[in-house]
Design a protein around this ligand. Structure first.
Ligand SMILES: Nc1ncnc2c1ncn2[C@@H]1O[C@H](COP(=O)(O)OP(=O)(O)OP(=O)(O)O)[C@@H](O)[C@H]1O
Ligand SMILES: [Mg+2]
Length: 462
């Protein structure tokens, strides 16, 4: 239950507020002066203070100043008499959440209180997310707050201390390489090299000499003796990316190397001992490749000692806002463009999209948006068609499809008014009638929203 302290020297006002707020389900404390208020606050924190500006032993602004220093998370709403808007503005500047002008009606009071507490809740949530974000940052730049990624991070941390072979599976762009790097970075091998090789990119014979090295003259182009990546990764980690594409004859040689912990350079007689942790990665199902006889079963079991499955982005949509914010920060810095925010509408698009290309696709979408954006906020029309196609954004549809005929009798004011009314309607609809949400969707204060509703007499619930 949220606790609200009401401070007013006028007894009738104090009691009315007390009864109203109690009815709304809040726990209420009353005080008639600064002194009494201090006594209440001394007994423990409150979530919200509603204070009159003029008090017998001081003023509400002083209380506000004191609270913002002592308990900044407390929401303060100031009550002023009609005609003293400057005081109200001064209070807002000092950190009051909102103000009420006396006399006000009960509805207005309810809305102000509800919105202020809702804002407080969102701010708390935001702080929490940021804290978690920092924690996950320690995991070698991997971002994620979803429970399903938390499990991946736990697994990464626990396998890191071992030297067991890890098989990272997941769709393209889900972050398999980051997982492999995190395992290495958190492991006792972190000072030794992390080497990655793409098994799909090389034909069989080149892949062999790449992995195991070759002796001078072993084949036509072998002008120099060269050591392979297994040797390069000695005491470190070797990532075999897209291992599912490895040709079958190479699979035999790899299996041997893993079993014997030795490699033989192409054309050499001797074997060299290597101490390498192998992390294999694939976006194919190795099990089905085994069934199709395109991947050796014995190698599969050798690799699949500890499986880590990186889930597709559509199964962890909670991570989207944080990832988007992370990429936004990175690309705006890289391109030296002051794009600092993603509009609520654009974010809704990002949240809803299916992301077949996973995190890499999100990264590319944000990069493109930053490159195209000319305002500080990423708007939906900076997003690729594919994201907008799913469900056309009412906001951008309004702005573009309503391109007016500039014939006689056209009025810019009237046209702008109609756009405003339409966006208001859409926002209230999307918010299911919740005014705080609608205000956020429109990027206006709850107060401005109330003004807009009255102006356009829009139908609203509640
Ligand atoms: N959790 C994450 N936090 C931050 N960035 C991420 C995260 N996951 C992926 N990325 C970024 O997304 C991009 C793709 O990740 P990565 O290369 O690790 O994916 P992959 O699964 O190896 O893809 P592919 O199968 O195509 O090789 C990279 O730029 C990576 O930095
Ligand atoms: Mg990869």
């Amino acid at each position: 239950m949220k606790k609200i302290l009401v401070i007013d020297d006028e007894a009738s006002m104090r009691e009315l507020l007390g009864i109203m707020l109690h009815k709304e389900g809040y726990s209420v404390e009353l005080a008639d002066s600064r002194k009494q208020a201090a006594a209440v606050l001394g007994r423990g924190p409150v979530d919200m203070v509603i204070t009159d500006v003029k008090l017998p032993d001081g003023d509400g602004i002083e209380i506000l100043r004191h609270l913002k220093a002592a308990a900044p998370e407390t929401v303060v709403v100031v009550m002023t008499a009609y005609g003293s808007t400057e005081t109200a503005v001064a209070a807002l500047k000092l950190g009051a959440q909102d103000y009420l002008i006396k006399p006000f009606d009960v509805e207005e009071l309810k809305i102000v209180v509800r919105n202020a507490l809702e804002k407080q809740r969102l701010e708390e949530e935001n702080l929490l997310l940021k804290a978690e974000f920092r924690v996950q940052h320690g995991l070698d730049r991997m971002i994620g707050v979803s429970p399903i990624m938390a499990k991946v991070f736990d697994l990464v941390r626990s396998v890191a201390s071992t030297s067991s072979t890890v098989l990272v599976q997941g769709e393209s762009g889900t972050g398999k390489e980051l997982v492999a790097k995190a395992v290495h970075a958190l492991s006792p091998r972190r000072e030794a090299p992390f080497v990655s090789v793409n098994c799909a990119a090389l034909p069989e014979n080149l892949l062999e000499s790449e992995l195991f090295g070759h002796m001078k003259g072993a084949f036509t182009d072998a002008h120099q003796t060269k050591k392979g990546l297994f040797e390069t990764a000695h005491r470190g980690t070797l990532m075999l990316d897209e291992v599912g594409e490895m040709p079958l004859p190479m699979q035999v040689k790899l299996l041997r190397a893993l079993q014997e912990r030795c490699v033989r350079r192409v054309g050499a007689n001797e074997e060299v001992e290597v101490d390498v942790r192998v992390i294999a990665a694939t976006n194919r199902s190795l099990e089905s490749l085994v069934r199709e006889k395109r991947f050796r079963e014995d190698l599969y079991y050798r690799l699949n000692v500890i499986p880590i499955v990186v889930p597709p982005l559509r199964e962890r949509r909670e991570d989207i806002p944080l990832l988007a914010a992370h990429f936004l920060e990175r690309f705006s810095k890289e391109m030296a463009k002051p794009v600092t925010k993603i509009s609520e509408q654009a974010m809704n698009r990002l949240r809803q999209y299916a992301w077949p290309g996973n995190v890499r696709e999100l990264e590319n979408v944000i990069e493109r948006a930053v490159a195209l954006e000319t305002t500080p906020v990423v708007l939906p029309d900076r997003l690729p068609e594919a994201l907008l196609g799913a469900a056309p954004s009412p906001a951008s549809a309004t702005a573009s499809s309503a391109a007016p005929e500039l014939a006689q009798g056209f009025s810019l004011d009237r046209h702008l008014e109609s756009i405003e009314a339409e966006l208001l309607r859409v926002a209230l609809e999307q918010a299911g009638g919740n005014r705080a949400t609608a205000a956020r969707l429109l990027g206006v204060t709850p107060r401005s929203l109330r003004y807009l509703i009255r102006k356009h007499a829009a139908p609203v619930e509640g």
